[in-house]
Design a protein. Structure first.
Ligand code: PMP
Length: 388
């Protein structure tokens, strides 16, 4: 299926998304919309997958079927970003948030610093967990290299604003800020040889990514890659090996490598759906095609913001506008509520912004259809005309 194809439900002018399928345009920030082809395949496979007579939810995680599902998912994830062989693919539990403590526990060891770039809520949470361990027996210190809190995380810092510590064990940043709607369109400049860790949860595989620039990239699947329950982690093997051996096994990245992500019972179903999503991206033309698809979708909404500048105020600076999470405010809270209510009546759900930012947030992940972005853009223009 082409990513630019509209939702299977034929849009009717007054209620764009709701139609025969009963589905609406789901702008949720995550868990978010999944490809319709994937959902249909899941419906079949929950009952009986690949003629085994057993549904995907019921298969042993040590059995042949799950071996195959995991291996195919890995092969497709690798193929999509041309991942070098010295990087391992791990399927982790505990969400993206579990990395917040696992990272310092592995590498922020005595005498070492972990450097943190804060550009939004989630990178701040990551830093806070490292701060908790700072100075405790067995740990080094977290260093705040930069924060964009001065302007409510509405921009991405320049390299000259970032102040790294003398010799960091790693540098961590979050490449798409889900709440504030800003995105890094470059990789931050880092001192030579220092491992760079990236939380790419809310835009993973929305556009091409050069994994070789990182020591580790991770992403909770529930936005662009599948359902909640699995965190994809792509890690350079030598970096995983350099992690502390003094912490519990399930907190050591290295322990997941020889066990093929199965040191204990893994989230089989979530990995299976992630595999289907990876196949859907491949079928849709790969990551470069995803980028075009996502750029054209976001344009409908950003153009509508820019067309009514006295009515809509975009949160992100223009050069930092996320392709995935589009944030803007209306003149008042009452007007925002009216917007959300009227949009919902037209089949557009999940638009209320996060409480930290207020206003509206439209999340347009990979599987979100072009028709939904077009419908929202048109609705926004009409709403501003009527209420501005
Ligand atoms: N990082 C980012 C960028 C996120 O958007 C989120 C969730 N919205 C998280 C981390 C936390 O993910 P989880 O809920 O899977 O722990």
């Amino acid at each position: 299926m082409s990513p630019t194809a509209p939702a299977a439900s034929a849009p009717a002018p007054s209620k764009p998304a709701a139609a025969a399928s009963g589905r609406v345009f789901n702008f949720s920030a995550g868990p978010g919309v999944l490809p319709e082809d994937v959902l249909k395949q899941v419906q079949t496979d929950v009952w009986n997958i690949q003629g085994t007579g057993i549904g995907i939810l019921e298969h042993s995680h040590r059995g042949k079927l799950v071996d195959k599902v995991f291996a195919e998912c890995e092969a497709d994830i690798r193929a999509l970003a041309n991942i070098p062989a010295n990087y391992k693919i791990l399927y982790l539990t505990g969400g993206a948030s579990a990395q917040n403590h696992m990272i310092p526990m592995n590498w922020m060891t005595p005498g070492k610093t972990g450097d943190y770039l804060i550009t939004g809520h989630w990178s701040e949470q990551t830093y806070k967990q490292a701060q908790k361990l700072t100075g405790k027996p067995g740990y080094g210190a977290a260093n705040l290299a930069v924060t964009t809190a001065d302007k409510k995380h509405s921009y991405i810092p320049g390299d000259d604003q970032i102040k790294y510590s003398a010799s960091p064990a790693y540098i961590h940043y979050c490449s798409n800020n889900t709440l504030y709607g800003t995105e890094w369109f470059r990789i931050p400049k880092t001192p030579a040889g220092v491992p760079l860790i990236c939380d790419a949860s809310s835009h993973m595989y929305s556009r091409p990514i050069d994994i070789s620039r990182y020591a580790m990239v991770y992403a909770g699947a529930q936005k662009n890659l599948g359902p909640a329950g699995v965190t994809l982690c792509i890690i350079r093997e030598d970096f995983a090996e350099a992690g502390s051996k003094d912490i519990p096994d399930l907190l050591q990245y290295r322990k997941f490598i020889p066990e093929l992500s199965r040191p204990n019972t893994p989230p089989v179903f979530a990995v299976y759906v992630m595999g289907l999503c990876a196949k859907w991206i491949i079928k849709s033309g790969g990551l470069a095609a995803m980028q075009k698809h996502n750029e054209s979708k976001a344009k409908f909404i950003y153009d509508a913001i820019d067309a009514a500048p006295s009515f809509y105020q975009g949160h992100a600076q223009k050069d930092a506008r996320s392709l995935m999470n589009i944030t803007f405010r209306l003149p008042s809270d009452e007007m925002t509520d009216k917007f959300v209510k009227e949009a919902a009546a037209q089949g557009m759900d999940g638009l209320k912004g996060h409480r930290n930012v207020g206003g509206i947030r439209a999340s347009c992940y990979n599987a979100f259809p072009v028709a939904g972005c077009k419908a929202l853009g048109e609705f926004m223009r009409e709403f501003a005309r009527k209420n501005g």
